[in-house]
Design a protein around this ligand. Structure first.
Ligand code: C2E
Ligand code: MG
Ligand code: MG
Ligand code: MG
Length: 290
């Protein structure tokens, strides 16, 4: 019977395709790992910076540093691809060290009121030695630790909550702030959020993309805001792409926002122009155009 034959052929086809896809993926990952292993990290790695704005005060309070890798052999590779590979292959601490020193140098050029928000991986906080490296990099740079926010994800913390707690407390004691990134996704566990010495929650952008159309997303975001208030944590909303989303979130009481609606991530020279423009805008009242 033709229908049955067709279904079988299709499912066999799918199985073949799956295996090929899988093999190609593994090959790709090992190619990327090899390229990363041999990379000239300081030359190939760079950062772009995205403003985190206080919508109430109308100014930028921080830039989040976002890694960019341009491999001579492979071309540009997204951090959502290479960071997990660097983590699995034990290369992430070298990558972090290179990026963090670039980030600290950039932040030195910004005014005091603008903080640096930097993403860490689990290996970066897995041991007291790793944490000491972060502290000493800040000391070497001369940047005030109070101007550094470290973003960590739940996945990174859940591995060993007690260890994470100790390491984060060491970091915090120097004046650094800690933000929990991508809050609400995947490994969310409310049972340990209050045990960690956090300063901020960053609400994942997956909730924001549907906030104006999906009441459930809005409810989740409202609940996270209440949780943050109870735990006395600040809240940053990321992934805001439209004025409508921004207005709605402001109505819900959020002040700290980040997303393409405000600004895309930019190269370092643009951060200086951007901050200059902001200073000019804030001293001169906005003129109505006739
Ligand atoms: P993340 O820390 O949650 O960073 C936010 C991501 O969302 C960034 O992607 C940013 O470019 C993107 N984004 C910002 N605003 C919007 C928006 O309005 N709409 C949409 N659709 N996207 C927006 P990016 O730069 O590709 O980074 C992806 C992830 O890679 C980061 O997620 C972070 O987990 C990781 N990552 C980036 N840089 C580093 C780094 O230096 N170290 C480590 N360990 N991880 C990094
Ligand atoms: Mg982040
Ligand atoms: Mg995030
Ligand atoms: Mg994210």
């Amino acid at each position: 019977d033709y229908a049955l034959y067709y279904a079988k052929a299709q499912s066999r086809g799918a199985a073949v395709l799956f295996t090929e896809e899988h093999e190609r993926l593994l090959r790709t990952q090992s190619v990327i790992e090899q390229a990363l292993r041999h990379a000239d990290l300081p030359r190939e790695m760079s950062l772009v910076f995205q403003p985190i704005v206080d919508v109430r005060r109308g100014c930028t309070v921080a830039f989040e540093a976002l890694a960019r890798w341009s491999s001579p052999e492979l071309g540009p590779i997204s951090p959502s691809v290479f960071v997990p590979i660097a983590e699995r292959s034990g290369l992430i601490t070298r990558v972090t060290a290179v990026l963090f020193s670039q980030a600290l140098a950039a932040a030195k050029a910004w005014p005091d009121r603008v903080a640096l928000s930097f993403n860490l991986s689990m290996a970066d906080i897995a041991s007291p030695q790793a944490a000491a490296g972060i502290v000493s990099a800040i000391r070497t740079s001369g940047l005030k630790p109070q101007r550094v926010i470290l973003e960590v994800t739940e996945t990174a913390l859940i591995q060993d909550v007690a260890q994470a707690q100790t390491v984060l407390e060491t970091l915090k004691a120097t004046g650094i702030s800690i933000a929990l990134d991508d809050f609400g996704t995947g490994y969310s566990s409310l049972s340990y959020v209050h045990r960690l010495p956090l300063d901020k929650l960053k609400i994942d952008r997956s909730f924001i993309s549907e906030i104006t159309t999906d009441p459930a997303s809005r409810d989740i975001v409202t609940s996270i805001a209440a949780l943050a208030r109870n735990l006395k944590l600040a809240c940053v909303v990321e992934g805001i792409e439209t004025a409508e989303q921004s207005r709605l979130l402001e109505g819900l009481g959020f002040e700290l926002m980040q997303g393409y609606h405000f600004h895309r991530p930019m190269g370092f020279p643009d951060t200086l122009r951007y901050l200059d423009g902001e200073a000019v805008r804030s001293v001169r009242p906005v003129q109505a155009v006739a």
